[in-house]
Ligand binder design. Structure first.
Ligand code: IFM
Length: 428
């Protein structure tokens, strides 16, 4: 018997503006990319997947793969390239793209912040700047009003929103590990940025609801179960528990309760954030198997090592571990929210692991649904190879291979497999 998914299940891929559009010169990452040593092999995002000019060609590929959903983001720096100056042609282009999706029967899920900031925000301190909270709220409200006005057959063009993508993972990469703009700054800066981020999420949540009372607004959380390398070692167990709290739960718990239990026991009250998720987006890639390591204070004393014999994706990116998705979907039931898998994928240029990866992860999704987790959709990361931040073009996540120089796309075998799963709403 094929494993079937619930009726109305959303099948899509996930994307972000900076990684796909190309030419986002008003964003902080554009300047960051120009600094020597920031991006592997000196790569540049350049035209990326050329979506700013030709996204519709990829929307046609989505139709061919029987997709009924797409997760994409809008670039704040494009819409508001200078403080208070709204770029109407940029807004119009986004609305055109969203209409293009609707016309093709593809439901858009729009993320308002996916890692990048306008340069003018970064120059004022980025996530450390108090003003980012009202500024992000104003931006979110304005775009939600625009997308609400541009109705399609009576319904808003978009009423399905994510405020911020992977806030914790992003802030760790930016403010602790220093791999992402604006570079290493330490734990105190990380904690300040974290509080701003929770506040910014809350303000954006309320701003979108003010613009569109019926909207569904959520967060995309990077969830990565942490297990001790040696379950008998109290230090490994301690570091695994602490990492699990920081990476997975502290932010989501703050949105559920209005109380943020930050790293090292620092507590903050954020009452405006309480109850600000209408659904939960789960980005799942892998697990962490961790040991305590005194020599790694800059990495929160964590050494993350897959077990010997683990299957690892290209570039050492991650251990392939589908059971971790089942564990995550069991754990998030505590929030009592509808769940969407808003990202899941792997870098695999030769596509020898991806078909099995897709089927095994979807098997866990189906099992979680059977066990009572209300999963309503799955977005594979990603349709085409795209600019992978500090790893540049070295990691290939696409169902389609992309040559960024020619913009030629070539289907990998997984594309047809994912298309067939989406068409039949079932696993073969
Ligand atoms: O490409 C990224 C995306 O921007 C955020 N989630 C993880 C993906 C793969 O690393």
């Amino acid at each position: 018997m094929p494993t079937r998914f619930p009726d109305g299940f959303l099948w899509g891929t996930a994307a972000s503006a900076y990684q796909f559009e190309g030419g986002n010169t008003s964003s902080d990452w554009w300047a960051w990319e120009q600094q020597p040593g920031r991006i592997l092999n000196g790569d540049r995002s350049g035209l990326a997947c050329d979506w700013w000019r030709h996204a519709e060609a990829d929307f046609d590929l989505m139709v061919a793969l029987h997709q009924n959903a797409l997760r994409l983001s809008v670039e704040w720096g494009r819409l508001e390239p200078e403080e208070g100056r709204w770029d109407r042609p940029a807004e119009e282009r986004y609305l055109e793209m969203l209409r293009g999706l609707r016309d093709r029967g593809i439901e858009p899920l729009v993320t308002l912040n996916h890692f990048t900031l306008p340069r003018w925000v970064a120059e004022r301190g980025g996530w450390l700047w108090d003003g980012i909270v009202p500024a992000f709220g104003a931006f979110a409200g304005r775009f939600a009003r625009a997308a609400g006005r541009a109705a399609s057959g009576g319904a808003p063009l978009v009423d399905f929103w994510i405020t911020i993508n992977e806030p914790v993972g992003h802030l760790i990469s930016a403010y602790i590990l220093g791999r992402f703009a604006p570079g290493r700054a330490g734990l105190a800066a990380f904690t300040r940025a974290l509080v701003r981020s929770v506040q910014a999420h809350a303000v954006a949540y309320h701003a979108v609801h003010e613009a569109q009372p019926a909207a569904r607004v959520g967060l995309a959380a990077y969830l990565r179960p942490a297990v001790p390398a040696n379950p008998r070692s109290p230090l490994d167990r301690w570091v695994a528990r602490r990492l699990d709290h920081i990476v997975n739960w502290m932010y989501l718990d703050a949105l559920a309760t209005g109380r943020l239990a930050g790293p090292f026991g620092v507590r903050f009250r954020v009452p405006q954030a309480s109850g600000t998720m209408d659904f939960l987006g789960v980005n799942y890639y892998t697990r962490s198997r961790v040991a305590f390591d005194l020599r790694r204070p800059g990495h929160l004393f964590v050494r993350d090592e897959p077990p010997s014999g683990a299957v690892i994706s290209d570039g050492g990116y991650s251990e392939i571990y589908p059971d971790g998705l089942l564990a995550v979907l069991g754990a998030v039931r505590r929030y009592g929210l509808p769940v969407y898998i808003t990202e899941n994928g792997l870098p695999d240029a030769d596509d020898d692991l991806r078909p099995g990866f897709i089927v095994e992860h979807l098997r866990r999704v189906a099992q979680a649904v059977d066990e009572g987790c209300p999963v309503r959709g799955y977005y594979h990361w990603s349709l085409v190879d795209n600019f992978e931040w500090a790893d540049g073009w070295s990691l290939r996540f696409g169902l389609y291979a992309l040559d960024p120089a020619t913009q030629v796309r070539t289907a990998r075998p997984s594309a047809a497999l994912y298309g067939e799963i989406s068409r039949s709403n079932a696993l073969p």
